[in-house]
Each structure stands twice: as C-alpha cells, then as structure tokens.
Design a protein around this ligand. Structure first.
Ligand code: PGA
Length: 249
C-alpha cells in the first residue's frame, strides 16, 4: 500500500485552527500520558487560543507533557524566542500546569551538549503529536531547503526568507533578528505518531504547491512528509489557491 500524507482542506485560518486543535485534543483526552510537541509563530496562534480556553474550562492536562521542536539562539527572554511564545500564549494563561514542560536552551554555549540533553528527553518521551507550520520557503522546524532528509537535531542557519519572516512576525530589526536555531531534524519530526502541519494564507501558496504538486526534494523540505501516513496537512483556501490538481483525501 502506498504511504501518503493526508490532506484536509478548510475555508480559513479559524477553521484550520479548529481542525488542528480537534485532532490534538482527541489525543490529550484519550492517551494516558500524552506527549505533545508544539511549534510557535503565526500558524498555531489560533490553536493555542482554543487549547487555553479548554484548559481553563477543565480540560485535564495533568498527565500531558508539552515540549517544542525548536528554539532560536539568543537571550531566552527575547521577544522572538520559543520560550517567550510558549509562556505568553500558553503557560502564563492557564490555571493549571502540564505534567512536564520541556524547552530547548537557546542560550547554551555548548550546542552539542544541549542537543544530547534534548535527544535524551525525546527518547524518554515519544511524541504522540508534532504540530508544525510551513515556511514560505517550504521549511519545517528550521530544516531549511537543502537539509538532508535524514537530519537529526542540529544547529541550523536560517535562510534569508526565514529571517525576514521573524522580523515581520515580531516587529524587530535585521540586527535584532536571530540567525540560528536548534531544531529537531526530519528524523525526529517523523517519529511522532501524528504530524499536524498547519498552513494558512496567500504567502504559503507557493510552498503548498511545491509540497503537493512538486517533486519530493530537499528544495522543499516539507515534501519529507509526503510519503508518511503519520502526516496530516490542514490547508486553507488562500494557501491552496495555486493548486492545479485535486488533492482531496
Ligand atoms: P508562521 O511560520 O507560522 O509564523 O507563518 C511558519 C514557519 O516558519 O514554520
């Protein structure tokens, strides 16, 4: 049988957030010790809102472990860090705590040691869900174009388009913007039982076309998901606007 990523087409950002959140919530409600690895940025903001609402209305996360797939190299309290995002969009907003919170240390002077530490956590906590966003250049995590498909957690250099996205996403200058990130590789991303890729908006339309209608190639990193039964991509109408074929699955 052919292995294939699933596609879900939705109207807009809100529907994408709802659909992605439903898939995640089911895992939190049904697994005994759920392990969720999140992404940050514009794509998952709506999903975080829904999660916060539900937790404050009684969704039990006392057995849930929450971690992240990447972290910018820079001061940990900088406006752009994954840590800052996670506290501002989740941990500071809820009236209860998850079982574990794991974050990558982007202040480390010894990236090899930090990678070894985090890999140990990844081994101890196999992920039920990995949430992802899609870069305008097709990246997932900080696996930029050209990254080999067998990558494991590493220190990545950002592409210029990624630096520009960080600048506009957080209203910071070129000098302030981080240029490096510790990130899970494709290998660890694909180890998750479910990989949920959230894609919304016109700026992602080229990347979506490459993801679904181009070759499987490291030029579009997200194509690494295409032959995985674990992967589900949720795409809104604007992001799907350049597609020429029918991808309903
Ligand atoms: P965004 O970024 O969600 O802020 O659009 C996506 C990504 O680069 O992973």
């Amino acid at each position: 049988m052919k292995h294939q990523m699933k596609t879900i087409f939705v109207k807009d950002y809100n529907e994408m957030s709802k659909k992605g959140y439903e898939l995640m919530k089911k895992v939190i409600e049904t697994k005994e010790q759920p392990v969720i690895s999140m992404t940050t940025g514009g794509s998952p903001r709506g999903l975080f809102k829904l999660l916060v609402e539900d937790i404050n209305n009684g969704l039990d996360i006392s057995n849930t472990t929450i971690m992240n797939l990447d972290e910018y190299m820079g001061p940990k309290d900088a406006v752009y860090t994954v840590r800052t995002f996670m506290y501002e969009n989740l941990y500071n907003l809820v009236n209860t705590e998850p079982k574990n919170i794991f974050l990558i240390d982007g202040e480390t002077q010894d990236t090899d040691k930090e990678i070894a530490r985090y890999k140990e956590i990844l081994n101890q906590y196999p992920r039920d869900v990995q949430v992802l966003g899609l870069g305008t250049n097709g990246h997932i995590g900080a696996n930029e174009p050209g990254t080999p498909f067998d990558s494991t957690m590493f220190l990545a250099q950002h592409d210029e388009s990624t630096i520009q996205s960080t600048m506009s996403g957080y209203g910071i200058s070129r000098e302030e913007a981080p240029t490096e990130m510790l990130t899970l590789g494709f290998t660890e991303i694909l180890e998750a039982e479910k990989v949920i890729l959230l894609v919304s908006g016109k700026s992602k339309a080229e990347a979506v076309k490459a993801l679904l209608e181009g070759e499987i190639t490291t030029d579009c990193p997200a194509t690494a998901l295409r032959n995985s039964d674990n992967a589900i991509v949720i795409i809104d109408e604007e992001a799907a606007s350049l597609l020429e074929q029918d991808h309903t699955s």
